[in-house]
Design a binder for this molecule. Structure first.
Ligand SMILES: C[S@@+](CC[C@H](N)C(=O)[O-])C[C@H]1O[C@@H](n2cnc3c(N)ncnc32)[C@H](O)[C@@H]1O
Length: 211
């Protein structure tokens, strides 16, 4: 037998949103890979081998590739493992046969539970890490959408790309640090995009109001 790779979605932040299956998989791991925060939050065995992810995922994937024997390697990822996540790259690298993904609660699902609305009519886009998304096209072609942001590709970045929008045409919610003690969900106007105090973990919900 060779190694087996598990990718566990740990939810958007708080420890109690991981699934029971995710917890069981972590308990049986031989090696755990994840950010310092996820390792601190979800790994209880202190003597287990851990590999810390911090802008070094290529090297970490190579280190995992070099591991010998029938080890159970568990990657901890935030939210859902197959929603704008490292999960995709892990599966590409090691192949579907040896990988198992454990679903997690995604940041956007949690945000919609908090605003108590259905997300069934929304499309999802990410400018986290940029990804060459044409934001003007996204606004033109979608009346309802979610945009994952990052500290560089933030509200100011969106405003520069879009230029101007008639007042009242859209409703915007910014949801930050979801499920954490500092969680904040704000209903803002396009004019606020310039000076809104942004958190590094944020997503934007956009709904056209003049339909
Ligand atoms: C690389 S993506 C990971 C998405 C994750 N797999 C998920 O299912 O939510 C990271 C982006 O997701 C969003 N995000 C993740 N966790 C969040 C949270 N707790 N609060 C707000 N946004 C969050 C932010 O836009 C962040 O830049």
């Amino acid at each position: 037998m060779d190694k087996k790779i598990f990718i566990v979605g740990c939810g958007p932040g708080t420890k109690d949103l991981i699934t029971l299956r995710g917890k069981k998989v972590i308990e049986k791991a031989d090696v755990i890979v994840g950010s310092t925060r996820l390792i601190a939050d979800f790994v209880r065995k202190r003597d287990i081998r851990t590999l810390v992810l911090e802008n070094n995922y290529q090297k970490v994937l190579e280190d995992v590739d070099r591991l010998k024997g029938d080890k159970r390697v568990v990657f901890l990822v935030s939210g859902d493992p197959l929603f704008h996540s490292l999960g995709e790259r892990i599966i590409e690298r090691f192949g579907r046969e040896i990988c198992e993904a454990v679903p997690g609660v995604s940041s956007f699902q949690y945000a919609f539970c908090q605003i108590k609305e259905s997300w069934k009519d929304y499309s999802v886009f990410s400018i986290h890490g940029d990804k060459d998304i044409d934001i003007n096209k996204v606004f033109k072609e979608n009346d309802r959408f979610i945009l994952l942001l990052d500290p560089e590709h933030n509200l100011k970045f969106v405003k520069i790309k879009i230029g101007s929008i008639p007042k009242g045409k859209y409703r915007f919610y910014v949801a930050s640090n979801l499920s954490m003690p500092t969680e904040k969900i704000s209903d803002i106007s396009f004019a606020d995009f310039d000076n809104f105090p942004e958190e590094s973990l944020s997503l934007l919900i956009v709904r056209r109001e003049d339909e």
